[in-house]
Structure formats: C-alpha cells, structure tokens
Design a protein around this ligand. Structure first.
Ligand SMILES: C[S@@+](CC[C@H](N)C(=O)[O-])C[C@H]1O[C@@H](n2cnc3c(N)ncnc32)[C@H](O)[C@@H]1O
Length: 145
C-alpha cells in the first residue's frame, strides 16, 4: 500500500549492520544451500548500481548443503537474529517465514533470547508455474523474552 510514512532502506550485512530501535521484524530469511541471490537478482544489482556483496550471503547455494554448510548457516542466521534481539524494543515481535525442512530453526529462538509464541503452517498452494500444491512453510512468531 502507498504510504506517507518515511521509509529508509539499509543495504548491509544483517549480522553487523547498525540498526535503529524498532518494534517488529517481518522476514523471509535465506535458507541453506538453496539460492544464490546475487545471481538471481543480478539485473537489479546492475541496474541500481549496488555493490556486489555475494561473499556475505548467508546460506548461499554455491556453498552447498553439507554438514559444515548447515553449521555455518545456523551460526550466520543466529548472528543476524542476535543483532535483531539487541535492537528490538521490549516485547517486540519477530515474524519469520521459512520452509525449515532440516529443523535448523528449532532451538534458534530460545538460544537468542526470544520466546516462540506460535508456529503457523501455511500450505503454499498458489504458486506460479507447474508445481504441486504439497508445499508447506512455517511462520514462526517470536517475542523478545
Ligand atoms: C528469501 S529472500 C527474502 C527477500 C525479501 N523478503 C523479499 O521479499 O524481497 C532472502 C534474502 O536474504 C538476503 N541475504 C542473504 N544473506 C544476507 C546477509 N548476510 N545480510 C542481509 N541479507 C542477506 C538475500 O540476498 C535475499 O535477498
């Protein structure tokens, strides 16, 4: 929706970027070994003249899905959410949309200082292309504990 509210876009590494205090986060984080986002969106990076930061991508497909890649992913995503935890206001809420087939998010919230309030399961049945409708994703609702 169009809004008169001011919007600030910060292009940086979510593990380290300096964040203002905020009330909530809605995010669909990268997943391990699935997509190389800089490649997928190369046209946008080039059209907008954005710096190439592909080495900072968490869970990049080019790093695979090995045990080490999964451990690196959990560490990287954990650091990104720890940065969120340090800057979210008391009682703030985090909504994470993910297809966590490897159960990498099971202990994430409590390890970082969030309480899991709810886990919703969504059947993603309106996908484009000739794909089946048996794809489910989780919507994790975390509260700053
Ligand atoms: C599943 S996509 C979600 C994109 C976004 N929600 C949207 O709808 O456009 C995951 C995003 O995380 C970004 N990403 C990966 N590693 C990152 C990092 N270290 N810091 C910030 N963003 C990162 C990827 O480039 C990708 O754009």
């Amino acid at each position: 929706m169009r809004t008169e509210s001011p919007v600030t876009v910060i292009c940086g590494d979510s593990r380290k970027v300096k964040l203002p205090k905020f009330d909530a986060v809605v995010t669909s984080p990268p997943y391990v070994g699935l997509i190389d986002y800089h490649e997928q969106h190369r046209y946008a990076y080039e059209l907008l003249g954005l710096p190439d930061k592909k080495d900072l991508e968490i869970g990049a497909a080019s790093n695979g899905n090995s045990k080490k890649a999964r451990a690196d992913y959990v560490k990287g995503i954990g650091e990104a959410f720890a940065n969120v935890r340090n800057n979210i206001k008391d009682n703030g809420v985090v909504v994470v949309v993910v297809h966590d087939k490897d159960k990498l998010f099971l202990d994430m919230a409590s390890n970082i200082g969030f309480k899991t309030e709810e886990v919703l399961v969504r059947n993603v049945n309106r996908r484009t292309g000739r794909r089946g409708s048996d794809f489910f994703e989780q919507i994790l609702i975390w509260r700053a504990a």
